[in-house]
Design a protein around this ligand. Sequence first.
Ligand code: JFZ
Length: 444
Amino acid sequence: MKFIPTNSIVIILIAGFLSINSFAQEGYVPAEENLENREWFLDAKYGLFVHWGVYSIMGGGGDQGIAEWIMERKSIPIVQYEKLPGFFNPVDFDPAQWVSMVKRAGIKYITITSKHHDGFAMYDSKISDYNIVDATPYGKDVIGMLKEECDKQGVKLFFYHSQLDWHHPDYFPHGRTGEGIRDRSQSGDWNAYIDYMNTQLTELLTQYGEVGGIWFDGMWDKPDAEWRLGETYSLIHELQPGALIGSNHHKMPYPGEDFMMFERDLPGENSMGFNNTGISEEVPLEMCETMNGSWGFNIIDQNYKSVKALIQTMVRSAGYGANFLLNTGPMPNGQIQPENVDTLMAIGQWLELHGESVYGTRKGPVKPQEWGATTQKGNTVYVHVLNHDGGTLEIAGYTPKLKSALFFDDGSEVDVKKTKEGIILTVPKEKLQDMDTVIVLTLK
Ligand code: JFZ
């Protein structure tokens, strides 16, 4: 028998502790294709977030603030919630139509819920019957159908996957949500749950070809649990080294994560109360936002943000170097809400003309300000004047050597004065555009 000195045992024990979440995929070195995909992601700038599940049938249950959370917010027992798949029959789901719309809208990727907190798999899962193929009259794998269409039309598909699960009996001990669901199991094998989750992730990464990545959510339900993140992240990167992993844990990225996300806030802002971290300099950034106040379909929430507000948020987000992931909650029949399609098309029209100042850019030399934001591509800087009455616009702290300064829309020259502290641009009132007055600075 080999002799193991006690200090090695201590090291082994410490190594065991180090494998907890905060160390995640320790020593992770992104593969070449992963780094390429990060650049692709940064260039893409604009994605469509899709929250679609059996909860969509409930349409929020008449409550403005509820959608995909209805199981927990209305304390629907599991045995009752399990009836929902029986009613889920999205006969009007037309993936070709979705993806064509997405393309016309200038959107480069889709992130769709493969499983939300309700535990229901929207794809053909083999490890559990609680999925769209086995448990609904529709009987078809909407994720697979969508993936096929995305491949055809050159749109990347990411999966939102919930780590939190109100349905699975082994999700135990429970976290801070779902206590009102009275028939949740009162015992369970946590490790069996993580195994189950990893099996579902394996399915998602092996059944559909190359995917964009995994958008995790729900760790915040049990912040101190042993999520075995290192194992999950290594598994994903082994199956698809190029897949980008992100997690909505509202912390700085853990090793193994390939992008950092901000929920309903611009990076560095914390209007929601949960984005109280810094901004990673290491990995790409993405912010997600709703069109009204709901992620999943809500039949009475008509509190839609204007096209202008959404475009301006996208531009500010780009000013931070972050992608904009804009959400829609498709209806139970499989169609995207017409109001949302209208909004997406209007944003798309703006992008068709001004996309050059967003796609393929990186954060600009001047951090977003009250008046607007800047983006940059090579020696071109785009100044986005979003909130200004016209007249002089002083950009302090920025002293570029300029070859030219032109209004994007008509190519006319912009008057620029240099001061010791920065530059002063003159933006005549009549040059102001409703959404965004773009000024193109070409650097020497
Ligand atoms: C999460 C989901 O719960 C929500 O349904 C949606 O999918 C959104 C994109 O992501 O939102 C959160 C995240 C964190 C908390 C609450 C909701 N939290 O920390 O309490």
